[in-house]
Design a protein around this ligand. Structure first.
Ligand SMILES: [Zn+2]
Ligand SMILES: [Zn+2]
Length: 773
């Protein structure tokens, strides 16, 4: 069977069970086969390494691997941004190991965002057996007794940003011989450093370069990335050095059929405020998975939550039990937290076909060696196109076709995507958003940097520029730094590193503890504690549900007990927003103003709803919790009374129209910024005290911002156009989760005026788009 036919045939089988006239397909396309292009091994490559790679099955490198390796070898910083399973590892293994083989004292550092990926890469480098390199991991799991050995003898250290920040840089004197010879820094999966975490890592990279320079080294950065727009720019923002990008993928790929799929509306169920709802993406994925397993197609189903992955596997097994008992055992769930051996056993079974179907969270997304499958089901947009294509890229054997099915969840972004195929299939992948001059990130990072080595004016130039200088002055005033003729010095004996959480959760975490056993289940950001773990809240941990008994904000503790009630909880809050500083402002003649700036978002959780799975509300429970204020960045627009009236939106409809426009805009921003709808928030009001007009704000959810509001501002017209489109094209009558309802609305999704939102957005776009035209 030819390539395309295989994918098409699988799709036909999957559709066979769908009732006639109810096709969930919104779009199908065939992507052609790509032939691989080989290069020769470079003359400088270490012969021992080349024969080890040959033995491992790599006869010759692909051209993109060879070009990246060549640049890195010649001392240029390089970012290799190609698809899943395109062999990015070889692009850095070749120059790094050749250098370490040639110069018996040279060292290298490898950084991965997750321990699992680091462990995989360490295993693969160790297997190549290059003499005298002694690759070793150095992370939180490395036993104390081994750490001295690793520091003294390993020439290629595998770690993560957390350990580099807390364990390596603050103790750089003990690492002098390692830093002195540091030839390469490998930053793997660098597109995952985004938002606040990305901002921290960007400054961490600058600290690393500063410490290396102190010992006379200026390492070459080799970055590996998913395919993203502007990889060179993203790499430069992350590492602070000019990088050349290699983004032409020369690895072969089989033909691929991509299907966009929208689950049907359920007639028998109604959601919040009587809105129609769709069959859940997870159950739909389970049915597709079962059908594909019956066809003996090796399939991965990506589901957004861990619990969802388990439920999807379970549902698929139940469906298979009705068909063939032998198939039941050939479907499994994969979750984070598996031991490495468990993971590898599962990967092997999937590779050799003993397992046919695996439902997984995106834990499998990062680097794990699974590719060449017959089919991939993506249930729910994974947040970025980069992730989407990384997941889809698991499908596709050379010489044989494969199928990718994207199943939309019931939310505005997913709905928009299945109805606008070009946004998935033809759009360049988003650039990674991070903001290395966020003052909330910069201040603690500058403190860490000063504690490592005194800051000089030159350092400040690379660590944030003029704003860094202002922050340093503040740190001097607070007595944390002292200015001397040679620079700024950290004054305390205690280093600041332990108190700086680079994952960007903002301050002391609230510990979630099981009251009876005292077992700590997890942590919650202080900023979202009253929302997530208020008394009475349902808290999910690894598939088990708990109910919160007490939230003690002062001691940073939430006490819970295991309980699996039939309801879920949904907090209610009141939110207020005030403008602190307007950084940019544009006034349009038609009655629209667009601004970007700093805001204070004050919110208070005032109660919660208990809801049955059907969406029916049991009751509303009031709560007495303190207000919380978040200073962050926002983009906002105002609409004049005249324009609202001209758009046919009379005064009573304005709040619902703006609220609906705000929800949908939050849902669609991830299309333009690499964020999740949970990274951002919004406020809309018919009359705002600071602007004096009807106003819609969309703000970052992190202190100081993470660049998302800025990105929304930069992409305002396409963003609002997509928002308008998403609402207008939804087939519901009065608004539903696919268009204007939001799962995180603190106001119970009221009031919402779908038609009014379309009218207001159309009017705004007419005004602001004319000006640019
Ligand atoms: Zn709708
Ligand atoms: Zn709302």
């Amino acid at each position: 069977m030819g390539g395309t036919e295989r994918g098409r045939e699988l799709l036909r089988r999957v559709l066979a069970g769908v009732p006639a006239g109810e096709s969930p397909l919104t779009h199908v396309t065939d992507q052609p086969e790509r032939r691989g292009r080989h290069a020769d091994w470079p003359a400088w490559a270490d012969p021992g390494l080349v024969s080890a790679l040959r033995e491992a099955g790599v006869e010759r490198p692909w051209t993109h691997q060879a070009r990246a390796a060549e640049l890195a070898w010649s001392g240029k910083h390089v970012v290799l941004a190609t698809g899943t399973a395109s062999g990015k590892s070889l692009g850095y293994q070749l120059p790094v190991l050749s250098r370490l083989a040639e110069d018996q004292r040279a060292t290298a550092l490898y950084l991965a965002p997750t321990k699992a990926l680091g462990a995989d890469q360490l295993r693969s480098v160790s297997a190549l057996g290059v003499d005298g390199v002694r690759p070793a991991s150095f992370d939180g799991d490395t036993p104390m007794v081994e750490r001295d050995w690793v520091r003294a003898h390993s020439r290629w250290i595998f770690t993560n940003p957390d350990m580099l920040h807390r364990g390596v840089l603050p103790n750089h004197a003990r690492w002098q011989s390692f830093f002195r010879r540091l030839a390469y820094v490998v930053v793997d999966e660098c597109h995952s450093y985004r938002g606040v975490f990305g901002s921290h890592v960007a400054l961490l990279m600058r600290r690393l370069r500063r410490v290396a320079a102190k010992y006379g080294a200026s390492p070459v950065f080799v970055l590996a990335s998913a395919t993203v727009a502007d990889p060179a720019g993203s790499a430069h923002r992350l590492c602070g050095v000019e990088c050349e990008a290699i983004d032409e993928d020369a690895s072969p790929r089989g033909e691929r059929t991509v299907a966009l799929w929208e689950p049907p509306l359920l007639e028998e169920l109604a959601g919040e405020n009587g809105a129609p709802i769709r069959r859940a993406a997870g159950s739909e994925a389970a049915r597709i998975l079962a059908d594909l397993v019956i066809e003996k197609a090796r399939t991965l189903a990506f589901v957004r939550s861990r619990r969802g992955a388990e439920l999807t596997a379970l549902a698929a097994r139940r469906l298979l039990a009705e068909v063939d008992d032998d198939l039941v055992g050939r479907v499994a769930a994969y979750r984070a937290g598996f031991l490495p051996e468990e993971r590898r056993a599962l990967e092997r079974s999937l590779a050799d076909g003993r397992l046919l179907g695996v439902a997984t969270t995106n834990a499998l997304e990062l680097g794990v060696d699974i590719a060449g499958l017959d089919a991939v089901v993506v249930a729910g947009y994974p947040g970025t196109l980069a992730s989407f294509w990384q997941q889809a890229g698991r499908a596709g054997r050379t010489g044989d076709g494969s199928l990718v099915v994207f199943v939309a969840r019931d939310d505005p972004l997913d709905t928009y995507l299945v109805h606008h195929p070009a946004a998935v299939l033809d759009k360049p992948v988003e650039a990674t958003v991070l903001d290395p001059v966020n003052p909330y990130v910069l201040a603690p990072q500058l403190a860490c940097a000063a504690a490592e080595l005194p800051l000089t004016p030159d350092c400040l130039a690379t660590l944030g520029g003029p704003i860094a200088r202002e922050i340093v002055d503040d740190l001097v005033q607070d007595g944390l730094l002292r200015k001397r003729p040679t620079g700024w010095f950290w004054t305390s004996r205690e280093r600041p590193h332990a108190g700086v959480d680079i994952r960007g959760s903002g301050g002391e975490q609230i510990a979630v503890v099981e009251g009876d056993s005292g077992r700590m289940l997890g942590t919650v950001d202080p900023g979202s504690a009253t929302w997530q773990v208020h008394p009475g809240a349902l808290y999910l941990h690894q598939g088990t549900s708990y109910v919160v008994d007490v939230l003690d904000l002062e001691d940073g503790l939430a006490l819970v007990h295991a309980e699996d009630p039939e309801w879920t909880t949904q907090p209610r809050n009141v939110v207020d927003i005030s403008v602190v500083r307007t950084a940019q402002q544009e006034n349009f003649a038609g009655g629209v103003q667009v601004c970007l700036g700093e805001v204070d978002v004050t919110s208070q959780v005032v109660g919660y709803l208990r809801k049955l799975p059907s969406g029916r509300v049991i009751d509303q429970v009031p709560l007495d919790l303190p207000e919380q204020t978040l200073r962050t960045r926002a983009v906002w627009y105002t609409v004049s009374q005249d324009l609202l009236e001209a758009a046919g939106t009379e005064a009573p409809r304005v709040p619902g129209a703006l609220h609906a426009a705000e929800h949908a805009a939050i849902g669609l921003l991830p299309l333009f910024a690499t964020c999740d709808r949970w990274d951002i928030g919004g406020v809309s009001t018919a009359l705002h005290a600071d602007t004096g007009e009807a106003t819609v704000f969309v703000h970052d959810g992190h202190p100081g911002g993470a660049g998302f509001a800025d990105r929304g501002h930069a992409a305002l017209i396409p963003w609002l156009t997509a928002t308008r489109e998403a609402i207008a094209s939804c087939e519901c009558l009065m608004g539903c989760p696919s268009c204007v309802q939001s799962p995180k609305c603190g106001n119970g999704n009221e009031p919402l005026d779908k038609e009014g939102a379309v009218a207001v957005l159309t009017a705004i776009l007419n005004v602001i788009d004319t000006k640019t035209a």
